[in-house]
Design a protein around this ligand. Structure first.
Ligand SMILES: *Cc1c(COP(=O)(O)O)cnc(C)c1O
Length: 390
């Protein structure tokens, strides 16, 4: 890097509100550093209130929340769990922690999330084989909700509980209802790159307060009510610290502003990239409102003069701008080789199409218009070069 290299633009950096330090100060002043404490209780209540659900349990990560949800549903060795294929690996790893087997489900074009038709085929096959899955993990990617009006009734028909992985969709709604509140359990992540962050953390939500109490118990090493240390089950060290919950409360207070900012970033990209051939944007389902956590584009080389997602990625990288390919589908991951997979339609795997031509653009809520223009200028230059060489 030399003096003329412009500063690095990140994909989705943390965006503090300024109030975090007040909450931290309060925790320090009362020496309530760890493990639990008043900020944890309040963060749980405030988040449950925000999304309009019975209760919440604050944990150390979104992955831990998924793991606890699977445990609460009794997932064990020999079970299968259906899961979206187009997602981050954290959605599926906890299935393997419990010795169960994932079965991956493709996406569909309207939402890019779990295809209800493929899900129906998987459930019907499983019923025929007398081996219904223990759960269905439905992921809401990049802020967009899956088609809950079809997925939830389908799972109810087969009596299979839903775990909603809303790690990326906190603040989004589907038919007026908060994303993450459609299943038996929902989970959120406060990892550093998410729409709000505690530097690292997660939340398990649901209507069943008794189940959430059991989650808190499992998350604190499953310690029995005895004067000495006694344990009748294997638990985890998964609880959130009081310090981080304080940061979370300050972040939650500005969540609506963060959603508005990310949506504005999306709208600006649509404007700045208008007219470039072969670029399309992630759709938004009618009757839903995505938090637009990341702006995701697709590049169709047949229309773009040969410009591919990889070309744009490498030009942005040369300009010190962080972009990322979309998630590589889990059924293509080496660690899940040989796992069962239900595509969108016979001979058509939609998430593989997305993986071939999708690209995530820098989308931080603190990004300035000038910074966004810098991204657009680099992309426009790639198209201009391609046009010259045709
Ligand atoms: C970030 C993320 C997770 C995991 O959350 P962590 O807090 O990082 O453990 C799970 N699923 C999806 C879709 C995510 O994006």
């Amino acid at each position: 890097m030399n003096e003329t290299t412009p500063s690095r633009l990140y994909l989705s950096p943390p965006h503090m509100s300024g109030r975090e330090q007040d909450y931290l100060q309060e925790a320090f002043a009362t020496n309530w550093i760890a493990p639990l404490g008043p900020h944890v209780d309040r963060f749980e209540r405030e988040l449950a209130g925000y999304v309009g659900i019975g209760g919440a349990a604050a944990v150390s990560s979104g992955t831990a929340a998924i793991h606890l949800a699977l445990r609460l549903l009794g997932t064990t060795r020999g079970d299968t769990v259906l899961c979206s294929s187009f997602t981050f690996i954290a959605s599926a790893n906890p299935i393997v922690y419990e010795g169960a087997e994932p079965v991956f489900i493709d996406s569909e074009p309207q939402s890019w999330n779990m295809c209800p038709d493929a899900l129906e085929r998987a459930l019907s096959d499983a019923e025929r084989e007398g081996r219904l899955p223990k759960a269905v993990i439905v992921v809401n990617l990049y802020g967009q909700s899956a088609r809950m009006d079809r997925i939830i009734p389908l799972c109810e028909r087969y009596g299979v509980p839903v775990i909603e992985d809303a790690a990326e969709s906190l603040g989004s709604t589907y038919q007026g209802q908060a994303s993450g509140t459609f299943g038996t359990f929902g989970i959120y992540s406060f990892n550093g790159n998410k729409i709000i962050t505690t530097s690292g953390g997660g939340m398990l939500v649901g209507q069943d307060e008794q189940a959430l109490e059991q989650a808190r118990f499992l998350a604190t090493q499953a310690r029995d009510a005895a004067p000495h240390y006694q344990h009748s089950q294997v638990g985890y060290n998964y609880r959130m610290s009081n310090l981080l919950a304080g940061v979370g409360r300050a972040q939650l207070a500005v969540l609506d502003e963060r959603v508005a900012a990310r949506r504005a970033v999306f709208e600006r990209y649509v404007r700045l990239l208008a007219g470039l051939p072969g670029i399309s944007f992630m759709p938004e389902l009618p009757d839903s409102r995505s938090n637009r956590w990341l702006t995701v584009i697709r590049l169709n080389p047949a229309e773009s003069g040969g410009v591919t997602a990889a070309d744009v990625l490498s030009a942005l990288s040369d300009a010190n701008i962080e972009a990322r390919p979309v998630w590589k589908p889990l059924h293509l991951q080496p660690v899940f080789a040989g796992t069962a997979y239900y595509p969108h339609a016979a001979g058509r795997s939609f998430c593989e199409e997305l993986f071939a031509d999708g690209l995530c653009l820098p989308s931080g809520s603190a990004m300035s218009e000038t910074e966004q223009e810098r991204v657009a200028a680099v992309i426009r230059a790639v198209f201009a070069r391609a046009a010259q060489t045709v």
